[in-house]
Design a protein around this ligand. Sequence first.
Ligand code: CTP
Ligand code: MG
Length: 228
Amino acid sequence: MTDMIALVPAAGSGSRFGAPSPKQYLQLNGHPLMWHTLATLAAVPAISRVVVVVSPHDEWFDDFEWDLPKLEVLRVGGACRAESVANGLAALDCAADDWVLVHDAARCCLSVAAVERLIAALADHPVGGLLALPVPDTVKRADAEGHVAATVPRNGLWLAQTPQMFRAGLLARALTTGAAADITDEASAIEKLGLRPLLVEGDAQNFKVTYPRDLALAKAILAARGAF
Ligand code: CTP
Ligand code: MG
């Protein structure tokens, strides 16, 4: 029986958000922001472990009462997201064919239903895949002065989200092939091996809190759910 493990990189500094502490620790509806992320992953019955990767220099994690089932912390975060994920994978102590669902700590409005859709779609898949959203708007390419240079057909374009779900052994190999700083998501590392991850439709609520203006929307979504 293979395990299904959620791996949550949370070693970023939140430079675009610009708060005194990293955005994953900001208070949101009575909990640190990433508590909501971890609680959703822990609430998925098929997931047996929820492993959060923080920086070795993290000063905040221990200040909070997380009080969540399945939770483990690894203090092995790296200089970029891909390095944090690769270090976490190396420290995980899991089997090569275990499934790993990598999910951004800052995507705190993830729903259990979306995770279960991803897991169901990939049950018999040889490679793995990711939640993603078909681009809903008309897409423009800008020139150097900020004018429209072209309208790009949106047909076939998707916005990558997380979780991104791959076998632990394959993902570790993908992330250590090539420079970590050039890897913006797990799927792109898998693609570089010549493999084709499956796109599974996510939802717009699963956005990444990046700027201060994003917090009001996250608050409203979580409050409307009422569960946490
Ligand atoms: N992350 C990480 N290790 C890093 C950088 C990022 O684990 N060295 C994590 C972040 O904590 C976050 C996720 O990767 O949960 C997505 O990254 P992003 O939203 O870019 O967060 P930050 O890098 O913290 O933000 P910024 O880019 O604005 O500095
Ligand atoms: Mg970043």
